[in-house]
Design a protein around this ligand. Structure first.
Ligand code: DX5
Ligand code: ZN
Length: 218
């Protein structure tokens, strides 16, 4: 069966001075999900934006807002991101450790879909027991912090493993991949069983956003 691929452009590669226009550009270009990279300068060596950006973008679109929290103590901010209008909140295993299950349940308690994220060097076995709680599993194919990095192919085996866990158990859970997705790596990600491809530079760096999104879907 052909899996329907969703494209989630990452606003990290947008021009922050004109976020509303950039959002419109990807919406008209056929984006399925809006990926919002929240970075705190502690969990990752970069700082982006936070709750107010989510709230302001919420007013401009009906597309699902996928908030990827690259922050320490994400549990402190879950309620605020939920109230700002997040549809998905994903949190790192590396930030939560064995509190991950509680954080995922906290996200769900606000009626928001939840997901776990693993860095390229984290074995999925460590976080596997939390997959039944998830609406999404996000596999990082670069080390988080910056757009425009090179895809780490080693993580494809992890995607295959998670795909199998989801399918074998009939979980209603999306498999998302983030980092270095372009015209070539999107094929590998699809073959490894991913449903949602996050793409920053490949979308915002293109002269024709619509064409870039449809190329990633094929
Ligand atoms: C990296 C972010 C990604 C990033 C992807 O920390 O989580 O979402 O924006 O950018 P590209 O597609 O350029 O690798
Ligand atoms: Zn991301």
């Amino acid at each position: 069966m052909e899996r329907e691929i969703k494209i989630a452009p990452s606003m990290l590669s947008a021009n922050f001075a004109i976020m509303g226009e950039e959002l419109k550009r990807i919406e008209e270009g056929g984006a399925d999900i809006v990926h919002l990279d929240v970075m705190d300068g502690v969990f990752v060596p970069n700082i982006t934006f936070g709750i107010k950006m989510v709230a302001d973008l919420r007013k401009l679109t009906r597309l699902p807002l996928d908030c990827h929290l690259m922050i320490v103590h994400p549990e402190k901010y879950v309620e605020k991101f939920a109230k700002a209008g997040a549809d998905y909140i994903t949190v790192h295993y590396e930030a939560c450790g064995e509190e991950l299950g509680d954080v995922l349940k906290l996200i769900k308690s606000y009626g928001v879909k939840c997901g776990l994220v693993v860095n390229p060097d984290t074995d999925i076995e460590k976080a596997e027991k939390y997959i039944p709680l998830c609406d999404m599993v996000l596999i990082m194919s670069v080390f988080p912090g910056f757009g425009g990095q090179k895809f780490i192919s080693d993580v494809l085996a992890k995607c295959v493993k998670v795909r199998k866990i989801i399918d074998d158990n009939g979980y209603n859970c999306l498999l998302e991949i983030d980092g270095g997705i372009n015209d070539e790596t999107c094929v590998k990600a699809r073959e490894a069983g991913c449903d949602v491809l996050v793409a920053g530079s490949a979308v915002f760096g293109a002269s024709d956003v619509k064409q870039a999104i449809s190329a990633l879907k094929k």
